[in-house]
Design a protein around this ligand. Sequence first.
Ligand code: GUN
Length: 301
Amino acid sequence: MAAQIIDGKEVAKITYKQIKARTAALREQGIIPGLTVIIVGENPASQTYVASKEKRALKLGWNGQVIRLPENATQQELCEVIKTLNLDDSVDGILVQLPLPKHINELEVLKCIDPEKDVDGFHIVNSGKLFAGLESFVPCTPKGIMKLIDSTGVEIEGKNAVVIGRSLIVGKPAFLLLSARNATVTLCHSKTENLAEFTRSADIVVAAIGKPNFVTADMIKPGAVVIDVGINRLPDGQLCGDVDFESVKEVAGHLTPVPGGVGQMTIAMLMENTVISAEARLAGRDRKTDASVLDGTRHKA
Ligand code: GUN
């Protein structure tokens, strides 16, 4: 039987409805969520992603702004911009679009962001908290993946899950989130031998390896939930995922399309993280007598 197609657009729509209600509640308290995205250089894919993030923030009636720095901006210049935003109370979320130009050390830049405004969840304080099972900003794409799996109604606990790809943005956090939900998780990657042996025993497969149509039907257990994180461009200009959609849909139980699956969720989760941060701003207002907040020490983490 053909797989049920997971509709990312529909799941994202439900999320936006919830975010709108939370935004209205914040507005009543005089808070307008603020999201600032920083982009360095002219990477065309990044320009598109950043424009979509700004558009969505503005559509929600938020303070959305994009700061564009030239390709030759220095790491120090970038960190200075971030530090100013850390201190700006109207900014709830700061996102530095990746990848950065090669002369800039990404991890060092991410460390400059106030962890409390790190709506991407890439600061080492937030990755550390996720690792330790503490509350933190969760990276947007894996957070969206979990919502998509939950939308199928399939129970995660006790299941075998395979994540293909070990990036900071998707693979590693997806591993941790599935593990926190009591799945038995195997993290596979480009050097894994006999990859198909792992995927064939998986009830849940998350493909984030960046290779077009890499996961084929013979690698999938009948009825499995298959989440395709890939966004690849074929030589003829067509967009495709890491999963061979046409063959896998005949075997899987649930499958995300590309486009229209995970991609829809990433920005929705960014907006959810930003609204969480704005709510924390509101809660924090009552605690302004706390000296550590006033003297800015919380920004040194
Ligand atoms: N580049 C590709 N995906 C992402 C993401 O989720 N966040 C940021 N900051 N950059 C990205």
